[in-house]
Design a protein around this ligand. Structure first.
Ligand code: SAM
Length: 471
């Protein structure tokens, strides 16, 4: 299980030649072959790299439809209608990196730099609590002012914030990769998922995109989980920034990375993020990249990832527009952000998301309640559930339950309980009406009579004022 960082080399994780070969040799599947591939995926057996490459070749509208239907079925079978909501909380836009696509890059002198202190973090968190959020993603630029001690202090400040009785129940972190001792220092702070996106797995492109600073080291970033897992932080968030290189290549490499983690440690990624490149202040590349991914290509890659790694949560952010988010949600996403601001201080200050402090442009500007209402109107069950993580069901243990579908036993009741709290404490009348219908409909879907009765009883206790009940 445990492996020292020194033993891991990038070529064990990403096999460039194999990816090149898979893309070169893949043939567009005929109907018979397509049915075969989709049957395997529907059976939740995942897909190999060469099988995924075949699906990337599909062009016929009818075959694309079959691909999307299969992705929807797998998403339904594993996640049902539940969608978990969170907001990013930008702690710092100070950065020594020089990522050519990002407004935070050190050479961008037009950006106003800022790192929030503990009081400011508490104020931002209280503002988010006031709207009903229970889960946040803390985002940090790569800078000495964001070293592990500062990350721990930020996590503590965030967890210590209160709005009435409410507090944040799960914090995830997106930051530069740490050393093994850094992860060991961070572990006791009680964070959930640690996110590090490789951005692009294609080494030559990676080197062009990250010319200077610590992020220029491709191998250090790629081997982050080999340092993270031994610390006991076992919810890993992987991602590709789509638009830096060929989406096909990067998707196959992402699947190789997930497969490496599963083979080596018996734990796959907890989440996969698929951000698409958005215009960023001071980054010409962010608007001129030749690799920008179209909506149609994006839908294809989301469906293929859903089928290839069925047990990994997929995250959809407010980089995408409200309309497009509604269109693609059911292709595989289980977590979405809502009401996001991408500048430090963006939730509490007069002019949120000013051009000169934010990371990139957003596509969805709706607030949390509008997103909740729209989810309900489209038949989804919004969830703030954090039960697995707080009951120790993470990493390996989570996978053991997820694979045979046992995690469903917990997910549906806990989604209902956390959503009920939101309706009682924070929702607008319109969302309450739509939300109560969603709760009634989903309560009937709990298969076990005993668990349904337990859930009904906890829903009643929630109505009477108890909070944070879960199964
Ligand atoms: N310092 C951390 C690190 O080293 O990963 C955090 C980087 S950044 C604040 C978080 C993520 O935003 C990046 O990993 C990247 O994928 C994404 N990002 C950067 N620029 C972007 C852009 N122009 N459009 C969309 N996403 C972007």
């Amino acid at each position: 299980m445990s492996m020292s960082t020194r033993d891991v080399v990038a070529s064990e994780i990403i096999h460039e030649a194999e990816i090149d070969r898979a893309l070169e040799e893949a043939r567009r599947p005929d109907r018979g072959r397509l049915d075969e591939l989709l049957a395997k995926a529907r059976d939740k057996q995942g897909l190999t790299v060469s099988e995924a490459a075949e699906l990337m070749k599909i062009e016929e509208p009818e075959h694309l439809q079959l691909l999307f239907d299969a992705a929807r079925d797998v998403k339904q079978a594993i996640y049902g209608n539940r969608v978990v909501l969170f907001a990013p909380l930008y702690i710092s836009n100070e950065c020594v990196g020089n990522c050519v696509y990002c407004s935070f890059r050190a050479d961008n002198t037009d950006l106003k730099r800022r790192t929030l202190g503990p009081e400011e973090i508490r104020a931002e968190t209280e503002e988010l609590l006031r709207h009903g959020y229970k889960r946040l993603l803390l985002v940090f630029g790569d800078h000495p002012s964001n070293d592990v001690d500062h990350i721990v202090a930020a996590v503590d400040a965030c967890y210590s914030a209160r709005y009435g009785e409410d507090r944040i129940r799960r914090l995830n972190v997106n930051a530069a990769p740490l050393s093994e001792s850094g992860f060991r220092k961070l572990q006791p702070s009680g964070l959930g998922t640690f996110q590090v996106f490789q951005e692009t797995y294609h080494r030559a492109t990676y080197e062009r995109m990250h010319p200077t600073g610590p992020k220029a080291d491709y191998d250090w970033r790629l081997t982050v989980w080999d340092r993270c897992l031994p610390s006991g932080i076992d919810d890993m968030g992987l991602g590709v920034l789509y638009g830096l290189y060929d989406w096909r290549w990067d998707t196959l490499a992402l699947l190789e990375h997930a497969d490496y983690l599963m083979r080596t440690y018996g734990v796959g990624p907890h989440t996969i993020s698929v951000p698409r490149l958005e215009p960023a202040l001071g980054s010409e590349f962010s608007t001129t990249s030749p690799w920008r991914v179209s909506d149609e290509e994006f839908k294809k890659l989301v469906a293929i990832i859903r089928l290839a790694v069925p047990y990994t949560g997929m995250i959809l952010t407010t980089r995408e527009t409200a309309q497009f988010r509604n269109e693609i949600m059911d292709l595989g996403f289980s977590q979405i952000s809502a009401g996001s601001r991408t500048s430090p201080g963006g939730y509490t200050e007069e002019h949120p998301d000013e051009m000169d402090t934010r990371q990139f442009e957003l596509g969805d500007h709706r607030d949390l309640d509008e997103v909740m209402l729209s989810l309900c109107e489209n038949g989804y069950l919004p969830s703030f559930c954090t039960a697995c993580y707080r009951s120790g069901r993470t990493g390996h243990e989570f996978m053991e339950l997820a694979k045979p579908g046992k995690i469903q036993t917990f997910c549906l009741p806990n989604a209902l309980l956390s959503f009920k709290e939101y309706l009682l404490d924070y929702a607008t009348p319109e969302t309450i009406a739509a939300g109560e219908r969603i709760i009634a409909r989903h309560l009937r879907q709990i298969e076990s009579d005993a668990i349904r009765r337990q859930t009904e009883e906890k829903l009643r206790r929630t109505e009477q004022g108890e909070r944070d009940l879960f199964i």
